[in-house]
Ligand binder design. Structure first.
Ligand code: PCA
Length: 326
């Protein structure tokens, strides 16, 4: 936490300033790293959250957003909040699945593939991951899903076999595993680096949302979007417990209230994104394809295999989570 600007309020009573008194008011600014560019709906939602907090606290708590991995690289953001290098940050929740598989439930292929199921899954996942984060001195503030994930390629994909040997962009370990299982060759690439990775031929296909596809101008390097609606992964915003407890009671309440509003608003924004960004892909010449039954069957088989592995890895937590979801 940084005290930026000790404001000196000087109030003078009377025109002749017969007596003057001064009070000090300390305003706090929280630096907040996020991984995605400014035009991403998640970043826009966070920006509104920051405005809401500033307004509710009369400027006592300001949140300064450092987007697109400009302050900390995406894989470092969680530990930067944990280590109190920054009080608050956003990251892709399933990046933590290497710590505990429960964090990756929302990235399991074909477990929850629409908003209703994603909401149920979040209700089941939230208590488990809240406990896990608490052990690291972190408090979740809000979590918002990306639109359903679709397949971007340079050619029509009719069966899983059509994916063999394709250089594939991945964004977490689960997608990397999925790509490997379908015979593709995955490479991790962060969102701000997508256009360059395609331009230089490091990758030639990806699975991501219509949002990320449209925002990265996918029409410059792929021809086909196959709407497989494979899962709805989430971002999460977490705050460091100690930083949070330094705030006075009223400010803490204002943060929590703004966070609840941001979660609701974010889910609505995400739903709207699905249609508007798919339309933008189409308007720019991308072929929007309904997947063949054969492709879906093949992909779902891989998903089922992965879920078995996930259940093994997630142990008791995972069993509880799945039971609550189902
Ligand atoms: N966009 C992010 C995460 C999921 C999504 O839709 C990405 O592609 O990395």
């Amino acid at each position: 936490m940084r005290h930026l600007g000790l404001k000196l309020l000087v109030t003078c009573a009377g025109v002749a300033a017969v007596f003057c008194f001064a009070t000090t008011v300390s305003a706090t600014t929280w630096d907040m790293p996020t991984p995605y560019p400014d035009k991403t709906f998640h970043t826009q939602n966070i920006s509104q959250f920051a405005d809401d907090v500033a307004e509710a606290t009369n400027g006592e708590l300001k949140i300064k957003i450092h987007s697109a991995g400009s302050l900390f690289k995406h894989p470092e953001i969680k530990n930067a909040v944990r280590g109190r290098q920054v009080p608050v940050g956003e990251f892709f929740l399933s990046l933590l699945s290497n710590e505990n598989a429960a964090f990756g439930a929302d990235s399991q292929p074909f477990l929850a593939t629409n908003y209703d199921d994603a909401e149920k899954l979040w209700a089941a996942q939230k208590p488990v991951i809240t406990r896990l984060l608490e052990k690291q001195g972190l408090i979740p503030l809000f979590s918002v899903p990306w639109p359903p994930q679709g397949l971007y390629t340079k050619k029509a994909i009719n069966t899983v076999d059509d994916l063999k040997g394709i250089k594939f962009r991945a964004y977490n370990a689960t997608l990397e595993k999925f790509a490997n299982l379908v015979g593709a060759a995955p490479t991790q690439v962060e969102v701000p680096d997508i256009p360059q990775a395609f331009a230089t031929g490091r990758v030639e296909a990806m699975i991501t949302s219509p949002s990320t596809g449209a925002n990265s101008k996918a029409w410059d390097y792929i021809t086909t979007y196959t709407d497989i609606q494979a899962w709805l992964p989430k971002n999460i915003v977490v705050v460091n417990q100690r930083a949070f407890r330094k705030l006075d009671q009223q400010t803490q309440e204002a943060v929590m209230e703004a966070a609840a509003t941001a979660e609701q608003r974010g889910w609505e924004m995400s739903k709207k994104e699905t249609a508007t960004k798919t339309a933008i892909l189409k308007d720019n010449g991308v072929k929007i394809v309904t997947p063949s039954a054969e492709l879906m069957e093949g992909l779902k088989q891989v998903g089922a295999e992965m879920l078995k592995d996930w259940e093994k890895a997630a142990g008791n937590d995972g069993a509880k989570l799945l039971q609550a979801y189902r």
